[in-house]
Design a protein around this ligand. Sequence first.
Ligand code: ATP
Ligand code: BTN
Length: 316
Amino acid sequence: MNPLIDTLADGAWHSGEALAAASGVTRAAVAKRVEKLRELGLDVEARQGLGYRLSRPLERLRQPGLQAALPGLRVSVVDSIDSTNKQLLEAPASDDPQFLFAEFQTAGRGRRGRAWRSPFGANLYVSLGWSFAAWPPQLTALPLAVGVACARAVQAQGLSDVQLKWPNDLYAAGRKLGGILIEHRGEAGGACRVVIGIGLNVAMSGAQADGIDQPWIALDEALAAQGGASASRNALAASLMRELVDMLQGFEREGFEPYRQAWLGYDLTRDRAVRLTGTPTFDGIARGIDAGGALVVEAEGERRIVHSGDVSLRLS
Ligand code: ATP
Ligand code: BTN
């Protein structure tokens, strides 16, 4: 825990003297610690005569509250980590199901080696380690079912308009709100264990998002656009945990079909012109997904089935 972050979390001004006195260090040491907070992606303002404040209040994730959402499960919250996915891939499967939340990731990762920006406390970065009792027949559709769970959690925070972009993105107002990265350690014949990673943009500012190369949105902005109040990160996290566990149990029991139906209700590209970039690249009209979660695209009068992997889907 970082006491300076906890003091500044209220978003009010705190003088250098008061901060120095509270932690028994000099004002110069406080200035150095503030610099470190900026390296974590926190937007700390400094003003002569006023001191320091965060540009917006910060709601820290609280482990006890999250634990209470799902009492029987292992739930951890850490301040800083390389990647929650990487960490859980290395964790013992015997601890599954286990959730790991981080306030900050130094090496958050997206699909195909892309970086996931993870400024401190601005968003949700969470991974769930899950061991299936048996290999589910439609495992390739799991990212889509996870998308449904995420969409439901976001809706529970009051966002009426949320979409899913095949195969692994959450959208609001036509911009990327979050992403899903499912990884597993390849152990042929071994147990079926997945690590489900989710990054959900909640209150990220333009400055914190520096370097993101496509239109993105944070939940607070999407809620404000529809006249709603900001989201509570803890409430969103708790709801996400419950939706995920509920979905995974349903997926084990009933397979993908119930989630396929739900997914179609969120489909961003349905009946719209799209471009699939990969091998080969082609244009067509998106026509939903098949029973295994593959994308159906109508191109040159034919229905083509596109599996996720090395393809990118874009509206054209
Ligand atoms: P596809 O996989 O179909 O090409 P994609 O372009 O969304 O989709 P992903 O690997 O799924 O690629 O996601 C990474 C991208 O998500 C980043 O390159 C960036 O453009 C966008 N993005 C949105 N929010 C964030 C965020 N918080 N951190 C990093 N990237 C973000
Ligand atoms: C994507 O759209 O490419 C997926 C992004 C997934 C990001 C999350 S943040 C928590 C978890 N840990 C990671 O390193 N990545 C995932």
